[in-house]
Structures are given as structure tokens and as C-alpha cells.
Design a binder for this molecule. Sequence first.
Ligand code: PRX
Length: 649
Amino acid sequence: MSQKTHEILNDAKSRALIDDETYQNWYQESIRDPEKFWGEHGKRIHWFKPYTKVKNTSFTGDVAIKWFEDGLTNVSYNCIDRHLEKRGDQVAILWEGDNPYDDKKITYRELYEQVCRLANVMKANGVKKGDRVTIYMPMIPEAAYAMLACTRIGAVHSIVFGGFSPDALAGRITDCESTFVITADEGLRGGKKIPLKHNTDLAIKIAERNGVSVKNVLVVQRTAGKVEWFAERDIWYHEATAAAEPECKPEEMNAEDPLFILYTSGSTGKPKGVLHTTGGYLVYASMTHEYVFDYHEGDIYWCTADVGWVTGHSYIVYGPLANGATTLMFEGVPNYPSPSRFWDVVDKHKVNIFYTAPTAIRALMGAGDHHVRKSSRNSLRTLGSVGEPINPEAWEWYYNVVGEQKCPIVDTWWQTETGGILITPLPGATRLKPGSATRPFFGVQPQLVDGDGNVLEGTAEGNLCIIDSWPGQMRTVYGDHERFIQTYFSTYKGKYFTGDGCRRDEDGYYWITGRVDDVINVSGHRMGTAEVESALVSHDAVSEAAVVGYPHDVKGQGIYCYVTLMEGQKGDDALRKALVAHVRNEIGPIASPDKIQFSPGLPKTRSGKIMRRILRKIAEDEFSALGDTSTLADPGVVDDLISNRQNKK
Ligand code: PRX
């Protein structure tokens, strides 16, 4: 470990909430007596009726996970009402628009009024406790109002990232049978308009064909662009909220009542509706937000994620607002109008805590240091990273150039399923190693196992499992509990399997090595290769497709597609373009193939299983180490694949 890492440790120590000794003590206690530990920390949120039971969880049999199960609370009450007395005039949401001249400050009192009005609009249109509401929004304050208004009345939100296509949106509307959609006329990112209302109209038609009929669409006017209007269904947000009452009593929710559904990709089938519930999730999101970022009252906190992903849920909205923080919400992109945008915003709003993804760090690193050096960044104290492994070069750049060796970097490992951060350094308490997510958060028990499920002790590399529950854990796959059990608890019986590979070093530090299943991580966005494959084969020219990830300098992983065409089809650049457009249409721009290789055959075993290991190697241009190919039905296919590879180094 370099000298530098000690220095930041000392700098951060002067204000750190937790030192190493406290970490060790709390961690031990959290494992020894979770009831007591979480019984105490559960009180960090307000309960209308306090819980008497803390933990009731089982990873075997039917897998039932319950935390604080007899307590009553409300998320919007915790994120807004309880702050009003002390910080009604404090800024809750600091909004920075796509255009650098566009910003807004929303105080807690204003947030209260906006959320109450919207909650009343939803109620007046028949939305009730337990109903699912789909949110398909740009990064504007109304997205947070929509989330909080749902929680206020006990509706379950399902946010769909604004970059997803009408098809993907329709699938998500259909799966959770949501009859109320909140969207905007258009989104605005990097100066480009995104036709959200138009996409919603198309998605609703598709959902209708699948038997789910959306009753209302509430539309925020963002750009005032032209939209089609269906008077019996569509409602203008500004008109309806202006006419609604500014007070709405929060619904008393059981700790285990559903809070939200968020769809995420797995190695098989369509995206799963990850279901999180109320009490445990909020306790965990707020506690991790405070300690992982070393959040102090008055800090300006900025997480650059989108509310369409879990990071936006837990660390733009719920965690920070539950802690009474000022949370910055950014509509734009890192390189618009220039690659210094992030740092300009940091200076403009005096940001203290900054949380972003390795893909953004790598892209900005590539744009040159001068874009960073123009800014002062004096206000920064903690830097965070999330979404994919951060390579040490990017870590060093983030630490040296952005943080000027003054800010600890918290490399936070977690997942949509985990609700909050599970493995991470704590500023001032944890010595840092570039590229390592370091140590488990309180209450988290990681375990490494080999392919046969044998537990690996000490220094080892294997598959990462978590052996006991934490309050922020997902409770089920919406509408399919069996799939929940199968996906997460059956590979290694009685353990939550993360799908990630991981190494533990001599200091007990964890190093995430990436997914070990057929999930790839493209710019921090998680994607099932099966989803891209099924999008490809839905094109008329395609007979078969196999998709793998390959190392990509900026995106982390790129999407490499092997495509076998129908008889008579010609594999040329025009078809490549058409296939890229087709996948973007089916899923969204984040799934755009980077490389398409037309291949007359795919390497299959005699039983017809595609040998992805070989395809991965060829995509990585590492085919000298292909391993045993003798079990292939037709070993000759491999030579053709190699000579036509699209990623020659
Ligand atoms: O492979 C891990 C990677 O992202 C996956 C989870 O993706 P998602 O559910 O979309 O959530 C992303 C934001 C929490 C994980 O299984 N991942 C996430 N954070 C890290 C990471 N890999 C390495 N280091 C991280 N800090």
C-alpha cells in the first residue's frame, strides 16, 4: 500500500463518524447479535408504531425475509415531514438541469407541498395502497416527487429508466400490471430530446395487447414539445397538482409492505421485478448513506446516477432525504457542454460528497486532466464509485487528479437486490487499496465458495455469497417467489448467491472480479446476454445469436454478438447497422452491440449447448488459450470464428 493511502486516511479521520476501532466493534456486535444491533439502529427512522420484533429471516425452504415486521412507518414521512420543524427551509433537492444555466432549489417545505399535491392527484384518480405505478421520467425533481408521493399513499412504484425503449417499458408495465403511469413530454440529455410521452403511448398499446390496460398517464411538461394527447386518459401534471390540496396524510405502512419494484437483468429469461419493502430498506439506505459517505449535517451530496437504477433510488432519493441531506439531482451527462461539467457543478454548488461510476471516470480521464484542473474542487471531501469494478488506473486518477489526494474513495459494491451498499470502505476508518471494495458493512457476512459450494477460507478466490440477511435485502421477485428462490438461494443452498466472482486478500479485503454468470456490465448497466440474444433473433434475417462481453476501455465491457443468418441473407455492414438499430429499438440504446460477427456456425457441444467460454476468448482476442475444443460437435467452426473475429488487438 502506498504512503498516500495513509495520508488520506488521516485527513478523513479528523471528521470521520467511524474510526477503525468503532468499525471493528460495531461489526462484531452486528454479527454476534443482529437483533440487538439492528434493534438499536432501526430507531434511526420514525415509527408510528415501534417494532417489537427485529429479525425473522430464513435462507432455506421457502426463503422468508422479514425485518421489523410489526412496526408501522411511512417512507415519505421519514424523508420529508419529520425534517420540517428543524429544516423546513433547508434545500432538500438541488436540481441542476441539462443546460448549465438551468437550476432549482427545492426546500423540505416545498418538497412536502409538492409531494402532498401529487399524492392527492393520484388518490383522486383512484390509485390506492398496494397499486403499482410506473414512473418513466427524466432526471427532474418531479421524478422524486412521484416516488415520494407513491410512498405517501402506499402505492408501489416501478421506475423504468428513461433510456429504455417502448417495448422494454411495455414489458415492465405488463409484468406488474400497473394502470397508472407518470412521465414527461420529453426528456433532455446532452442537448438531445428523448420522446418519453411518445414512447409511453407506444408502450401502452403493446401492454394493451398483453391484457394490461393503463387507465391514466400523468404528464410533466418539461420541454413543451409537441405530444399526442388522449383526453380520456392523459392528465397534465401541472394542471392537476395546481388544483390539488397541499396536505395529504401519510398512510401508515407495515414495515414489510412493498415499497418499490425495480426490474433488473439476470442470466436467464426476462428482467425480474426485484421487490423491496418499507422499513428495513429505509433503515439500511439511510444508515449506509450516513456512514459510507461520512455524511455530516449541512453537507452537499451528489450522486450522479439516474433514478431509473437502484443507485438513484437508495442514494439520490431515499437515503439522503431520510437523513435530511441536500441531495443534488443532475439532469444531464458528464460531457455536456464539455467534459468539465461535473467539476463545474461541484464548484457551483460546493459539493462535499461526490458519487459516480467507473465508466464516467474512465471517459473523463480520457478527455484530459485540463478539464478537471480548471476547477477548484475545494469543497470535495469524499469520493465514491459504484456499478462495476474500478480499475486501479481509474482509481488513481480519481484519487490524484479529481480528489488531489485529499479525499478517500469509497468503492462501494452492491446490487439492485441488496437495496444498499454491502462491501465498502468507510472514510477515515478503512485503509484504502485501489481496486478493492475492502470490507463488509455492518451486519453483512460475505463468504467465498468454489463451484461445488465448498467454503473457501483465508486468502482465496471464488463465488461471492452472503450467508445471513441484512435489512435492505430484496424480499421476492414480484409475482414469482419460486424464481426468487431458484435464482438466489438454490445454487448454494441456504446462501444468497450474488452472481459475482470475488477474491479475498491477506488483509481480509474483498476484490470483486466481475460476474460469473451470463450477465454483462456495460457502462455500469447490467444486462443479460440472453436479452440481447433474443432481441437479435427477433430480427427476420437472424437465425441464431450468442452474445458475450469483452473488455472495453471506457464501458468496462462491450457487447460482442455472434450472429448466424437465415439462408440467403448477406452479412454486410448494412445488415450490421440494421441489427444495431433493431436491438436499440427492442431494448434501448444501452444495449447497442459494439461488435457483430457473422458466423455460419456457433461452437456447440454434441448435446447442442453453445460453448460460451470459447466465444468469450475469441471476443477478447485471447484465442491461443481456447482450452479443450475436442468435445465440440464441429471443431472446424472455431477456425472460422477466429479468422473472422471483429476485435483484433
Ligand atoms: O457485478 C457487480 C457490479 O454490478 C452488479 C450489480 O448491478 P446492479 O444491480 O445494476 O447494481 C449496480 C449498482 C449497485 C454487481 O453484481 N458492481 C456493482 N458495484 C460494484 C460492482 N462490481 C465491482 N465493484 C463495485 N463497486
